[in-house]
Design a protein around this ligand. Structure first.
Ligand code: ADP
Ligand code: ADP
Length: 222
């Protein structure tokens, strides 16, 4: 029961000097799997995440997500697939600076058409779970890097996306907050059968995941 099937994925950057960031990569991900992707800097991890996140298009190969071939979609279909299937936890968390933590987390729910009361309740619940109950009405500029990272985690998860992708989701956090975020992701993974694909340098965290995929020079080695 694969939620993602990747075949012969290639990505070449540049027109002058060409860089082959992904070199014929195959990967199946099962529904509900908690996967970590590790590998040296420049090995193609972020490129792979961008392809799975439908943020960029491959040079060759196919990506099926939930049975749909995302490589043959037009822009509108891609955007709709991103919004309905995927949640993103990236290092540059893109929080809106003029909105409070609570409002930032409510945003995806309001966009999806939920009523304000319900959106408020659900956003508060997630902020509570990431340990920010007493920071609901603070703005990003009044929060630390780690706190903003946790707001971004709450925002990525509040819509209950089927697939959550993260690039170093605990990268800016101290080990205590990092464990807490990992435990939260794990809990959601088990409760809602959400699939997680995380790029990480944290070997400790990688060891706790269901499977570690190692990438070197744009290929899976293990
Ligand atoms: P990682 O995330 O493992 O550090 P990346 O996927 O970021 O690796 O990069 C893989 C290779 O592709 C590297 O050689 C990198 O320099 C190159 N690359 C990544 N993004 C671009 C880009 N936008 N334009 C040109 N080359 C890129
Ligand atoms: P829309 O089409 O709804 O205006 P997008 O399709 O641009 O929005 O984005 C959909 C989702 O993808 C959002 O949750 C957004 O945070 C995420 N996203 C878009 N671009 C990037 C990026 N470069 N890095 C990380 N996440 C991104």
């Amino acid at each position: 029961d694969n939620i993602i099937e990747i075949r012969g994925l290639e990505k070449v950057y540049g027109d002058g000097v060409e860089v082959k960031a992904l070199d014929g990569l195959d990967l199946d991900v099962k529904k509900g799997e908690f996967l970590s992707i590790v590998g040296p800097s420049g090995s193609g991890k972020s490129t792979l995440l961008h392809m799975i996140g439908i943020l960029d298009t491959p040079t060759k190969g196919t990506i099926l997500i939930d049975g749909q071939d995302v490589t043959s979609m037009d822009d509108q279909q891609r955007s709709s697939a991103r919004n309905t299937l995927l949640g993103f936890i990236f290092q540059y968390h893109h929080l809106l600076p003029d909105f409070t933590a609570l409002e930032n987390v409510m945003m995806p729910l309001l966009i999806a058409g939920k009523k304000k009361d319900e959106a408020t309740r659900e956003a508060e619940k997630l902020l509570n779970e990431v340990g920010l109950k007493d920071r609901l009405h603070h703005f990003p500029g009044q929060l630390s890097g780690g706190q903003n990272q946790r707001v971004a985690v709450a925002r990525a998860l509040v819509n209950r996306p089927k697939i959550v992708i993260g690039d170093e989701p605990t990268g800016n956090l101290d080990s205590r907050s990092s464990d807490r975020v990992y435990e939260l992701l794990r809990k959601l993974n088990r409760e809602f059968d959400q699939t997680f694909i995380l790029v990480t340098h944290d070997e400790n965290m990688a060891r706790k995941t269901d499977r570690i995929v190692r990438i070197v020079d744009g290929k899976i080695t293990e």
